[in-house]
Ligand binder design. Structure first.
Ligand code: ATP
Length: 319
């Protein structure tokens, strides 16, 4: 292995820059050449790549987003487009690629590996929804952001004796919502992993009001329901003013917290080591604080993330 490439794909996440830096600096210290690919698989297809040196990643450890840019590029589902991208890599004599992104990006990396571009993927998404790792890069930063938002909502919710509904990202994974709910002191939690009806939620909230709770914050994961409609329903049933807040892309931004910087640096370094050792079609993970790797296909098809049911039970006890 003499020359490698690195790209970021899918939704951006704080810590992606730290991961790119980890890849670049490790590769250089192993005397490899490194190319940065702009805008994920789109830039790979359009052949937009640039050689990086150690100064290309200076002042990047603490920056949110990704300086290489990211993209959702649906044409990459097409075999013909992927083969053009693979040829661009081969023409430059790039021996392997590090792909930083979520599970969609993992599929792209696996498909590239199958057509002769050895890839190692790194989990970069705030959703913490990728199998084969305890944590994804960006998750802890987003968690901090969500909890700070909940703290602010608590102030106003408490002052006006309101019910607040806060919609948290995570796609179909409730990790971010559940952890933020515990840290933010929310007892009303609606997650994709658990059965939910608005009628049961109202019963829970009313029980809280009956106990003397002056306000309530409901943490709910995105895509479960229309939270504005839910707010109107709760207000009608409880007679309490109810407001919904969709946190949205605020959750994706900001400087990465310490844990994400460390995780990203370690994963970046580890991915390069795996490429040097001749691995391909693997994804990097952290399990019990140790770096691990798995087959991408295995992680995507067979390794299920376990839902932290005990966390939910604890959260409910703090009612
Ligand atoms: P996040 O979790 O933050 O949304 P992600 O990596 O899961 O990140 P996606 O939009 O699902 O985000 O995937 C990123 C890109 O990976 C896609 O836009 C596409 O270019 C590529 N990709 C996803 N699925 C496939 C697939 N089945 N075949 C080929 N390429 C794919």
């Amino acid at each position: 292995v003499k020359k490698i490439g690195v790209l970021t794909s899918g939704g951006d996440a704080p810590g992606m820059n730290a991961a790119i830096r980890g890849v670049v600096r490790t590769a250089l210290s192993e005397k490899l050449e490194v190319f940065g690919v702009y805008d994920g698989y789109l830039g790979l297809y359009e052949n937009r790549m640039k050689q990086l040196d150690r100064y290309s990643v200076s002042d990047m450890i603490n920056k949110g987003g990704t300086f290489l840019g990211s993209a959702r590029f649906s044409d990459f589902y097409k075999k013909k487009i992927r083969s053009i991208a693979a040829n661009n890599v081969k023409k430059r004599k790039i021996d392997g690629l590090v792909v930083i992104g979520g599970d969609g990006s993992y599929i792209g990396a696996q498909k590239l590996t199958e057509i002769g571009v050895p890839c190692i993927s790194i989990p970069g998404t705030i959703d913490n929804d990728v199998a084969g790792t305890d944590y994804t890069i960006g998750y802890f930063t987003a968690l901090q952001t969500v909890v700070e938002a909940i703290d602010r909502l608590r102030d106003t919710s408490s002052s006006h004796q309101r019910i607040s509904i806060v919609e948290v990202m995570g796609r179909y994974c409730g990790d971010l919502t559940l952890a933020a709910a515990i840290a933010g002191g929310c007892e009303f939690i609606v997650l994709p992993e658990i059965h939910y009806t608005k009628e049961e939620l109202v019963i829970e909230i009313e029980a809280g009001i009956a106990k003397g709770k002056k306000h309530a914050i409901v943490a709910i994961t995105e895509y479960i329901c229309d939270v504005e409609k839910l707010a109107r329903y709760i207000q009608k049933k409880t007679n309490r003013e109810t407001r919904a807040t969709i946190l949205g892309h605020i959750q994706r931004g900001g400087a990465p917290v310490v844990y994400d910087r460390i995780l990203a640096s370690r994963m970046g370094a580890y991915a390069v080591e795996l490429l040097i050792q001749g691995h391909q079609g693997k994804c990097v993970g952290v399990q019990n604080e140790k770096m691990v790797f798995n087959d991408i296909t295995n992680a995507l098809k067979n390794m299920k993330r376990t839902f932290k049911r005990d966390w939910l039970i604890t959260a409910k006890k703090l009612y």
